[in-house]
Write a protein that binds this ligand. Sequence first.
Ligand code: TXA
Ligand code: MG
Length: 303
Amino acid sequence: MLDRRVGELVAFPTETVYGLGGDATDEAAVARIFAAKRRPRFNPLIVHVPGLAEAEVLARFDERARSAARRFWPGPLSLVLPRRPECGLSLLVSAGLDTVALRAPGHAVAQALLRTAGRPIAAPSANRSGRVSPTIAAHVAAELGDSVALILDAGACSVGIESTVLDLTGAVPALLRPGGITFEQLSAIFGPVEMAVAGEDAPRAPGRLPSHYAPGRPLRLDVVDARPGEALLVFGPEAPPGFAAVLFLSQSGDLGEAAANLFAMLRRLDRPQFSAIAVMPIPHEGLGRAINDRLRRAAAPRT
Ligand code: TXA
Ligand code: MG
């Protein structure tokens, strides 16, 4: 049986992606997460809780934050809020900021783990820093198998793309990372939502550094015509001719299905025999914003 008191790490499924979990109140456990991922220590982690009651102990919620939690939790939304001084959370988990990102995941296994642990769990995506997030347990085993005491395997993640990160510390809600809850869903509740542009003001959400989510092969976006040796990710019913391999993100043009398939298909096409991974245009709406955000980062020059 896993002993949480010695600060071991557990990989676990959420509805978005697999997380690399550790006791968020244990500085050593949190340090182990950063080390396993080779993650720069200026990039803070998301702290997971079962729900709003447990979250309010850790951060200050105003009515706006409470209504967001009531509407979207448990689910793929992380809220950046002021840390309570007495929260007991590791300092490293917030990378020294006076804010903390909180999320109540909807996955039954994540909920069971959180309730059994009886404490908040810090969990970034269970991949090496800068690489593609894992949506099945085998991805975690391949990349971080040596760093974790246990991998809880519950099959494929249903959303497949990370949570939306929403900063509620300012007067206007700021979208730091598009994700499983869409801009349109947030605007319907909050009215104006500021779009924090990637690369700018990077420490606010360092996960938004231009190059991120990168496969090993080069990526080419908004592709309509084949170049020699390319593999293609198709969106829609038909693949243009001339590609060395094709995978369909969604033949029916469903953005939810495309998001769920994105990371696993990027990994499947990330092979030296292909000159590049080409991706057809994806609409910039709903979950398409999150998909395009990840693709743009994956295609960015490597830092
Ligand atoms: O879906 C998800 O969010 C997954 C699952 C496991 O919950 N987790 C995840 O964590 O994607 P990670 O560490 O890969 O991404 C966390 C993002 C980063 O972009 C980080 O910069 C941002 O959240 N973040 C965390 N704490 C923050 C804070 N206090 N202020 C601003 N951004 C923060
Ligand atoms: Mg990540």
